[in-house]
Design a protein around this ligand. Structure first.
Ligand code: FPP
Length: 232
């Protein structure tokens, strides 16, 4: 395939509905969703994508029942081992979001994985955890305000590029494509700054049923579009 997106964002939606259709608890769907997350990383690599970012837990997801949150955390704990194994395959892991509210063991593991995989160049996996696009931009604004108040920069120094350097994606290629399965057609606070010129592919498949064929379809759809970035 030609014109492969360098960076794809995945909104892993539909786990709950997938479980409900099988009269199973929601965490059964998340379990299956996590397995698809792992497979998707390999499919992206096989297809020549350079970076994939997954929306695993949003700042709004804390509103869910505690049992479901616990299920997702347990899943994360289990998959951290797998993620660590990926780090050994020249994959760099970047966590997007404020991980401070997570249990200490998860935080320590995440920080360690990010540090040990820092120089890996084969592929980048972004995992958005307690992530919100608005919170990310607020955070950048706050950090830049501190720099201004300390006299390190002046307000006129604040450009789109400078803000970009204060986002979690600063060391990732630009976001080209966002894929959202499950039939919903919204961004839900995911990479809102980065998605300014991204293409969107919305699909009816529920995330736990997402296959390599679905990914290929989305990439073909992307490749067929004419991105003008505001030009003609
Ligand atoms: C959205 O589906 C999914 C989530 C809020 C959680 C996604 C988490 C995982 C796939 C597992 C953990 C991830 C890793 C990296 C191990 P939903 O529950 O909103 O589905 P629904 O809209 O059908 O209810």
């Amino acid at each position: 395939m030609e014109n492969i997106p360098q960076h794809i964002g995945f909104i892993m939606d539909g786990n709950g509905r997938w479980a409900k259709k099988r009269a199973m608890p929601r965490n059964f769907g998340h379990n299956q969703g996590a397995a698809v997350f792992k497979k998707t990383i390999n499919w992206c690599r096989e297809l020549g994508v350079k970076c994939a970012t997954f929306y695993a837990f949003s700042t709004e997801n804390w509103r869910r029942p505690s049992e479901e949150i616990k299920g997702i955390m347990d899943l994360l704990r289990r998959y951290l081992k797998d993620i660590r194994a990926s780090a050994d395959e020249n994959i760099r892991i970047i966590i997007l979001g404020d991980i401070e509210p997570f249990d200490k063991d998860i935080q320590d593991e995440l920080i360690d994985i990010m540090q040990t995989s820092k120089n890996n160049t084969g592929f980048i996996v972004g995992i958005a955890l307690n992530y919100g696009g608005r919170a990310e931009i607020c955070n950048a604004a706050r950090l830049l305000a501190v720099k201004c108040s300390q006299g390190e920069i002046i307000p006129d120094d604040i450009t789109e590029e400078l803000i970009g350097e204060y986002l979690y994606t600063s060391e990732m290629p630009p976001l080209d494509l966002v894929i959202r399965p499950s039939g919903e057609q919204r961004l839900s606070n995911f990479l809102i700054w980065q998605a300014a010129y991204a293409e969107f592919v919305f699909m009816d498949v529920l995330w736990p049923d997402f296959t390599k064929k679905d990914l290929e379809y989305a990439i073909r759809e992307y490749a067929a579009r004419n991105r003008r970035f505001g030009g003609i």
